[in-house]
Design a protein around this ligand. Structure first.
Ligand code: ZN
Length: 465
């Protein structure tokens, strides 16, 4: 009898065809795009789940949100239950004239990295759907049962912020109960080099306004003795970081969780290409890389950062010889584990007020925020996924972070408190998700499917209730 992973490789073409079928449905979730395509999108996923051996397949809705698709196969008594997530909604195609092949007509093309399948949603995230169905069906085709219990949940609102996900999980809490979650919507480190995303930064946003005058006045008549609010705000903003760009607000840095030994080791192992980083970010050639931490990648993923997003006082167009009445800015701080958004917000507001010169009036307005997230990478689930990815790709995965946030992670993590969340995916640096000519590297999709197939058996073997 053939092994599931071997059978998956042999039958991979049929899974690639599954992906093509999904991509042909233009399930764009953005407002203004036809809702009937979202229904068709959900139906195409439901049909695929049924075809690939999932049971109790349902299309579920909450309120006016786009449909969710659910299916399960619970035939491994005593073994863990794994909740498998992906999303079938996609970004709008963008500028159609820039597509080299039609956005919703999947097209195979040779590329320097190997064969790629072009089309909106190939990688983000219909490829993630196929990872689950290919891995599950490979066992059934081999005449075996899936070695763990699987529940598949495919969302239709990820690209518009997953705003109903929390309510959906709460409404179906028991149905979705699981010991481990696998969320397939993140990127790999490079073509052929897998990654597990183990941390996401959170965020706090704040507006600050400095008032010096009840009205804008002529600078010739009043400047000198009358304080300038733009100058005051500039001094305040400049005091937020030190000469190396490091956050200088004392209360903000106090809570930062130090790197664990494992993290520090991993950051040393992950290669960093400065020239490539500069090119990708678009830094001007003379600009200095602001370094704080073991490597720029560690800094990007696991250190807090402060950015001034906007400043306003008069405007380029209206610039004239005046003293402005007020000056305004919006500040954001990216948070890392153990930083509390409320504390950070409070400390930032206090600090800004303490730094305002000349007795001017300061008003701050916080805009909520979200905590950072970090996976607990110890335990059988992470061991299993590391082994599985190495088997699937032939290369050990890197444990990477993400400088931004992913909306669907926290609702799952909060609802299934304690269950490890594993973030993996099929995107590579050339995927161009959200842009025109999105594509997936066919070889990497196959390796991802094979890895997930191995994951089920590696997890079953390691699990002790
Ligand atoms: Zn996505």
């Amino acid at each position: 009898m053939e092994q599931p992973a071997e059978l998956l490789k042999k039958n991979f073409k049929s899974h690639l065809e599954d992906l093509m079928t999904l991509v042909r449905v233009p399930s764009v979730s953005f407002p203004g795009f036809p809702e009937k395509e979202m229904i068709r999108g959900a139906e195409s996923v439901a049909a695929l789940l049924k075809k690939r051996g999932l049971e109790n397949v349902q299309i579920l809705r909450i309120g006016s949100g786009n449909p969710y698709v659910y299916g399960e196969r619970l035939k491994a008594p005593g073994k863990p239950t794994v909740l498998l997530y992906a999303h079938y909604d996609v970004q709008p195609p963008g500028r159609e004239e820039l597509w080299k092949s039609p956005a919703f007509e999947p097209t195979l093309t040779e590329s320097p990295q190997g064969q790629r399948l072009f089309g909106r949603g190939t990688a983000d995230d219909k490829g993630g759907v196929v990872m689950h169905t290919a891995a599950i069906s490979s066992y059934l085709e081999a005449g075996q049962e899936v070695p763990v219990n699987v529940k598949v949940l495919i969302e239709g609102e990820e690209e518009i912020g997953s705003s109903n996900l929390e309510a959906f999980i709460a409404a179906h809490r028991k149905m979705l109960d699981a010991d481990v979650m696998v969320l397939t919507d993140t990127n790999n480190f490079d073509c052929g080099v897998p990654a597990i995303t183990v941390s996401l930064r959170g965020i706090v946003a704040m507006e600050v306004e400095v008032r010096a005058l009840t009205k804008t006045v002529h600078s010739g008549m009043w400047s000198g003795p009358v304080p300038d609010p733009v100058m005051a705000l500039s001094k305040m903003l400049a005091s937020l970081v030190d000469s190396n760009g490091r956050i200088a607000v004392p209360g903000v840095m106090r809570e930062v969780r130090p790197f664990s030994k494992e993290e520090a080791q991993e950051f040393k192992r992950i290669p960093f290409d400065e020239a490539e980083f500069r090119k990708q970010s678009g830094m001007v050639p003379s600009a200095t890389l602001l370094q704080d931490g073991p490597s720029p990648l560690a800094q990007l993923w696991r250190m807090p950062s402060l950015t001034i997003n906007a400043i306003q006082a008069s405007s380029r167009k209206m610039a004239s010889n005046i003293i402005n009445d007020t000056a305004w800015a919006r500040i954001t701080i990216r948070l890392v584990p153990d930083m509390n958004p409320e504390t950070v917000s409070k400390e930032l507001a206090l600090y800004l007020k303490s730094r305002c010169p000349w007795g001017l009036e300061v008003e701050t307005k916080g805009h909520g925020g979200g905590e950072a997230w970090a996976a607990d990478v110890k335990g059988p689930a992470f061991e299993a996924v590391e082994v599985a990815l190495k088997k699937g790709y032939g290369v050990a995965p890197y444990k990477i972070g993400c400088g931004g946030s992913i909306g669907f992670v926290k609702p799952f993590a909060d609802a299934l408190g304690g269950a490890p969340a594993i973030l993996i995916g099929v995107e590579d640096p050339y995927t161009n998700a959200h842009g025109e000519n999105e594509s997936i590297l066919v070889g990497d999709l196959e390796k991802s499917c094979v890895s997930e197939c191995h994951f089920f058996s590696e997890l079953a073997a390691r699990w002790k209730k």
